[in-house]
Design a protein around this ligand. Structure first.
Ligand SMILES: Nc1nc2c(ncn2[C@@H]2O[C@H](COP(=O)(O)OP(=O)(O)OP(=O)(O)O)[C@@H](O)[C@H]2O)c(=O)[nH]1
Length: 284
């Protein structure tokens, strides 16, 4: 899939993240629970330079819980603290705060051991476009955005959100671009809506979604689209779905673009139920 990010934008985003990283003690990396690895930016790991991070699997309400559990174990085996949340669930927001506080306390303990007077630990949120950065910041801020002044070496004043007495959050997130070298990664990200649709071949994405669902969630395929057969005749399947969903043009022909759009929107709007598009061991 020919998706290109402009190198200039990427370089600028990288510089901005690098600058902000200097201000914080740890990083909260947001990924999409439906595609946790595909929605990571491998560059972040290099930029972190030994800084602690926690991973928040966002939009867990849209993901398959069984697969999410596997992802949490996967990250645990890598020694990375991870949690999965629905940003609209208050309990989940509390879990983010508690987990971040735990990391903050570890950091403060290290300072104490070095004889440095503890202060509030500072964190920033990073993630690819549309992963939920602003929404999570707003939930954590809960209208408590507090100016805590300049930090040395920073010309632009940073706003900090006092989430807890000993934990502050940078009020602007770091945007990182996903990586598209692997075609399947691109298709997964396109399916969940990371990339602007104008740039996308919707029929390819819809086909990807149908094939994936047919092999991983055949009952959904049957219930939603009344398709039970193998997807060898993809044109036939599009025709069937298009007719059923009223995507017809004059003359009774099926409009394939409209049909593809409906399939993609069905997935994005969770009309197919909770679905994960990536498995830790690539079981799919
Ligand atoms: N269902 C669900 N939707 C979520 C969740 N978190 C965020 N969203 C939705 O995802 C969309 C994108 O959220 P934003 O907070 O704008 O994402 P962002 O990462 O700040 O996006 P950019 O500004 O493009 O970088 C919004 O429609 C949110 O409502 C979640 O946990 N569950």
């Amino acid at each position: 899939m020919p998706i290109q990010w402009f190198p200039g934008h990427m370089a600028k985003a990288k510089r901005e993240v690098q600058e902000k990283l200097k201000l914080v003690d740890f990083v909260i990396e947001l990924v999409d629970a439906r595609v946790p690895l595909s929605s990571q930016n491998p560059l972040l790991q290099q930029l972190l330079n030994n800084k602690t991070k926690m991973i928040v699997l966002m939009k867990n309400d849209l993901a398959d819980n069984k697969i999410t559990t596997k992802w949490l174990s996967y990250f645990e085996t890598k020694g990375i603290v991870s949690i999965a949340i629905d940003v609209n669930n208050k309990k989940d927001i509390q879990t983010v705060i508690q987990t971040a506080k735990m990391l903050a306390e570890e950091k403060m303990e290290r300072l104490r051991r070095k004889g440095i007077r503890p202060r509030a630990a500072r964190a920033m949120i990073v993630g690819i476009p549309n992963v939920g950065k602003s929404t999570l910041i707003n939930r954590l801020a809960n209208k408590k955005i507090a100016k805590t002044g300049d930090r040395p070496g920073v010309t632009k004043q940073q706003q900090w959100i006092k989430v807890k007495k000993d934990f502050e959050l940078l009020d602007t997130p770091g945007i990182l671009w996903p990586k598209f070298e692997d075609e399947v990664v691109g298709l997964r990200l396109a399916a969940i809506g990371t990339i602007k649709d104008q740039l996308l071949p919707m029929d390819e994405i819809a086909t990807f979604i149908l094939r994936y669902i047919q092999s991983n969630y055949p009952s959904i395929m049957k219930e939603r689209y009344e398709v039970e057969e193998e997807l060898t005749d993809i044109v036939g399947i599009f025709t069937k779905i298009g007719k059923r969903r009223g995507c017809l043009e004059a003359g009774g022909h099926v409009n394939f673009d409209k049909t593809a759009e409906i399939i993609v929107q069905d997935l994005r709007n969770s009309r197919l139920g909770p679905i994960s598009l990536e498995h830790p061991t690539n079981e799919e």
